[in-house]
Design a protein around this ligand. Structure first.
Ligand code: ATP
Ligand code: MG
Length: 424
C-alpha cells in the first residue's frame, strides 16, 4: 500500500465514473441478482456469460455509426497485438456474437440471461457512471409477438419481486417493420428539413445519417421541434399494426399495465417492432430503469443465420437506488474459547453451527476480553464462551449481548439454544 501511495502521488481515488461497491449497496446488488436469477429461471432463461472485451467491430457495425454509444461513449483501444478492442458498452451485440460463435441457432428459440459490468464514457452523476452494471435478457430465434410479451412480462415480474414495479411506469411503442420505417423516415426528413437551422449540430448530422434518432435527442431546442414531428403510427404497414396489437393483447392478458408512447424509439439501429421502457420519476434525469425491444435483423447483419429476437437490459445501479431498505442479515454469534484445548475445539464447533445455518464469527486470536470487544463491534447477538471447565462438563456458557445475561447449556442443546433467538 505504501508503495502504491508513493507512486500515485497520494491519489488513491478510483478512475472517474468508476466506483467501489460495498456495504449496503453491494447487498442491494446481490438482492437484484438473486431475484433476477430466480424469476428468469421461472421463465426458462439460461445463464450466459460473455467476455467484457470484444472486437470493436462487434459494436460498431451493429449499434450504428450515428448512435451516441459509438460516436461518444465507447472505450476503444488497440491492444498490444494491434487489434482494436472495445469494453462492452451494452450486452446485446456480444450475446448475438456468442449466439453465432457457439452455433446456438440449433437450439433456437433460446432464452438467455446475463449480468455484469458495462463501460460508457459519459458525464458521471447519480445513477450514471462510466462503469455500470446491467441484468440482460434475450429471447433469440422467434419472430412471434408472444416473445415480446414474455420479455416485457419477465421484466415486470423482476421489478415486482424487488418491490419496485410500483415506482416505475411501462411505456411501449412499435417501431414498425422495415416497410413502415422507410415510409416514416421519408416523412421525418421532410419535416425536420423545415427546421434545419434550429436543430442542434448533432441532429443536423442525424438528419443525414439516421433521422429517427433525432426523436431521442436530449437537446432542449430539438425537443421542441420533436414535439410536433409526425408519428410513426401513421405509417405502420398492416403487418406491423397486427404485430403491435397482438403484443398489447398479450400484455393485458398477462396483467402487465402499460401505456403506448409513440416517442419511445430506443437509441440503437437494430430495433424494429416492439420498443419498451420502464421509467421512474424518482431518479431525476436518470429516469430510464429498464429498456429493450425487438431486433430481428441484427444476427443476420452480423453474419449469422436469420434470427429474429427480442430482449431488454436494466441498470443495476438504478434498480438499487429504487430498492427499499433490505432486511439485514441475521446477527452472528461469536465463539470465545478460553485456553489451548478450547481454542482447538473452536474450529469444529464453528463448523457444526454453520452447518446448522447459524452465522458464526470465530474471532482470531487474543484473550477473551479482546475477543469479546471485537465481537461487540461486529453486531454479534451472543457469545459462546468455553474453557477447560465447560469442556469437562460438556457444556457451554452463552452470553446474550443485548441483555448481558449469561446461562449455561449442555453441549447437545447449544445449536437449539442459539437458534431460539434469531436476533434478526
Ligand atoms: P439513458 O437514456 O439514461 O442514457 P440508455 O437509453 O442509454 O439510458 P440503455 O442503453 O437502454 O440506456 O441501457 C439500459 C439500462 O442501463 C438503462 O435503462 C439504465 O438503467 C442503465 N444505464 C444506461 N447507461 C447507464 C450509465 N451510464 N450508468 C448507469 N446505468 C446506466
Ligand atoms: Mg445513454
Amino acid at each position: 500500500m505504501k508503495y502504491i501511495r508513493e507512486s500515485m502521488g497520494n491519489d488513491l481515488r478510483p478512475v472517474r465514473g468508476t466506483r467501489d461497491i460495498l456495504d449496503e449497496e453491494i447487498l442491494r446488488f446481490e438482492r437484484i441478482l438473486d431475484a433476477t436469477r430466480r424469476v428468469s429461471a421461472l421463465y426458462g432463461f439460461e445463464p450466459l456469460s460473455t467476455p467484457i472485451l470484444e472486437f470493436t467491430e462487434v459494436f460498431k457495425r451493429t449499434l450504428g455509426d450515428a448512435s451516441d454509444i459509438v460516436t461518444k461513449e465507447m472505450y476503444t483501444f488497440d491492444d498490444r497485438g494491434g487489434e482494436s478492442l472495445t469494453l462492452r458498452p451494452e450486452f446485446t451485440a456480444g450475446v448475438a456474437r456468442a449466439f453465432i460463435s457457439n452455433g446456438l441457432a440449433q437450439r433456437a428459440p433460446i432464452k438467455l440471461y446475463s449480468h455484469g459490468p458495462l463501460f460508457r464514457y459519459e458525464r458521471p452523476q447519480k445513477g450514471r457512471y462510466r462503469q455500470f452494471h446491467q441484468i440482460n435478457i434475450e429471447i433469440l430465434g422467434t419472430a412471434e409477438p408472444g416473445a415480446d410479451v414474455e420479455a416485457i412480462t419477465v421484466g415486470a415480474h423482476i421489478l415486482d419481486t424487488l418491490g419496485i414495479l410500483g415506482k416505475t411506469k411501462l411505456e411501449i411503442n412499435s417501431l414498425g417493420d422495415s416497410a413502415s420505417r422507410d415510409a416514416y423516415r421519408a416523412a421525418l426528413v421532410k419535416y425536420f428539413s423545415g427546421f434545419k437551422n434550429d436543430l442542434s449540430a448533432e441532429s443536423k448530422i442525424r438528419l443525414e445519417k439516421n433521422p429517427l434518432r433525432i426523436l431521442d435527442s436530449k437537446d432542449p431546442s430539438d425537443k421542441k421541434i420533436v414535439a410536433d414531428a409526425p408519428a410513426l403510427g401513421e405509417h405502420y404497414s398492416e403487418d406491423a399494426k397486427r404485430f403491435f396489437d397482438t403484443v398489447q393483447e398479450g400484455l393485458t392478458a398477462s396483467g402487465v399495465a402499460y401505456t403506448v408512447n409513440p416517442r419511445i424509439v430506443r437509441g440503437l439501429d437494430y430495433y424494429c417492432h416492439t420498443a419498451f421502457e420502464f421509467t421512474t420519476d424518482l431518479l431525476g434525469a436518470q429516469n430510464a430503469v429498464l429498456g429493450g425491444g425487438r431486433y430481428d435483423g441484427l444476427i443476420e447483419q452480423m453474419g449469422g443465420p436469420k434470427t429474429p429476437a427480442v430482449g431488454f437490459a436494466a441498470g443495476i445501479e438504478r434498480l438499487a437506488l429504487l430498492l427499499d431498505e433490505g432486511k439485514n442479515h441475521a446477527r452472528p454469534i461469536a465463539i470465545i474459547p478460553i485456553g489451548a484445548a478450547a481454542e482447538k475445539k473452536a474450529y469444529a464447533l464453528a463448523r457444526s453451527l454453520r452447518d446448522k445455518k447459524i452465522r458464526v464469527e470465530l474471532g482470531f486470536g487474543g484473550n477473551a476480553g479482546k475477543r469479546m470487544k471485537r465481537a461487540a463491534k461486529r453486531n454479534t447477538r451472543a457469545a459462546v464462551i468455553f474453557g477447560d471447565d465447560e469442556l469437562a462438563s460438556k457444556s457451554y456458557k452463552i452470553k446474550q449481548f443485548d441483555t448481558g445475561k449469561e446461562h449455561t447449556v449442555p453441549a447437545d442443546m447449544l445449536a437449539e439454544a442459539l437458534s431460539d433467538d434469531t436476533g434478526s
